[in-house]
Write a protein that binds this ligand. Sequence first.
Ligand code: UD1
Length: 420
Amino acid sequence: MSEDSFRIVGPARLHGSVEVRGAKNSALKLMAVSLLAPGKNTLLNVPHIADVEIMSELLVRLGCTVEHDTTAHSLTIYVPETPGHKADYDLVRKMRASINVLGPLIARVGEAEVALPGGDAIGSRGLDFHIEGLRALGADVRSEHGYIIATAPNGLKGAQIDLEFPSVGATENLMTAACLAKGQTIITNAAREPDIADIGQYLISMGAKIVGLGSSTLIIDGVDRLNPATHATLPDRIVTGTWAFAAVMTQGDITIVGGRPEDLEVPLDKLVAAGAIITTTPDGFRVKMDRRPDAIDVATLPYPGFPTDLQPMAICLNAIAQGHALVTENVFEGRFMFVNELKRLGATITVDGHHAAINGLPVLSGAPVQATDIRAGAALVLAGLISEGITIVEDGYHVDRGYPDFAEDLRGLGADVTRV
Ligand code: UD1
């Protein structure tokens, strides 16, 4: 057992209230986008997670000064007139969101050198939409020695960009770069995740001209300069969804303070179909379940579809539901890796390509398992709550990347969960 594990004694029934903080996937991008505005930028409701520290270090290497007040959950970023332009491999490999400095740097400095995140090659799946989009905006983009090197010495020019797939990261990088391009950019088939609207709002408060946030067509009129701003990070919809699934799985009753049901319509409808009672409260919403859930079929899709980041939670729920379910992963092919770990707890699941067929059992049986990524790790901790006996989830650092204080929050809801 590593020193970095979750130890869960199950089964448990979660009840009480839990607070949701700013979204990891917004906060990291808001930090990167700050590079666009020289001066003092302030971000509020920033979660206290390791990735924020990694992004801070990246910004510091680019010449920024970053002050993180973890008690106030605020981050102050002082951006220089001329930031650096290189994002080194040692940081990018730790966190794929580092790629989000690409758009701001090319727009602001006219050049960017960003290490390729592991496993990706230029032109292949993974970054091709970012690269094609930047080329459409007039940048010269090539790959050399493991880096994407983008240059636009005379600045970027507005363009029509039709995304082949509504990629979250590509939409963010291209929307950001277009804010300082000359003329108008129209991005069609843009991703519509609430995180993108959050970043767009921050850019607008800096002086950017963006129309269409929340829709699949973004129209951006470039401006010459952006000014620093203050922005509060959107509450984390994936953490919110994780708590909603936890309530249903454990036949519990959780009030999710700060949770925004409007960002989770499809997953919450699924939970209602499973038998949950969901009601809004003045500062969030409450999820109550008083029986074993019914099985629910789920197919992941870009927003507003069922989020791929909640797919592991859907599989766990189905593992103890009444009936059979089919879960289809349409966004990330490799996302069923954790299923073998869940099977160690006794779950009956058959994977065929991007489909997982699950036959629900009344309860699972605790065992040591390994977290493979953030969301799978969190799902395995929840699986420990619906298993009899002790479950150890190793490599808990994955979970910490997305869920600050997960064990503490679970204890607050009555579970026997410790870090060992
Ligand atoms: C973001 C989230 C991640 C979430 C995902 C989908 C962050 C840090 N991560 O990831 O948690 O699961 O959105 O909601 O915000 N693709 C290409 N070419 C590209 C870009 C993407 O083929 O240029 C493919 C990817 O391989 C993947 C799919 O498109 O199969 C979706 O990727 P994308 O929406 O870009 O996800 P990320 O921004 O990486």
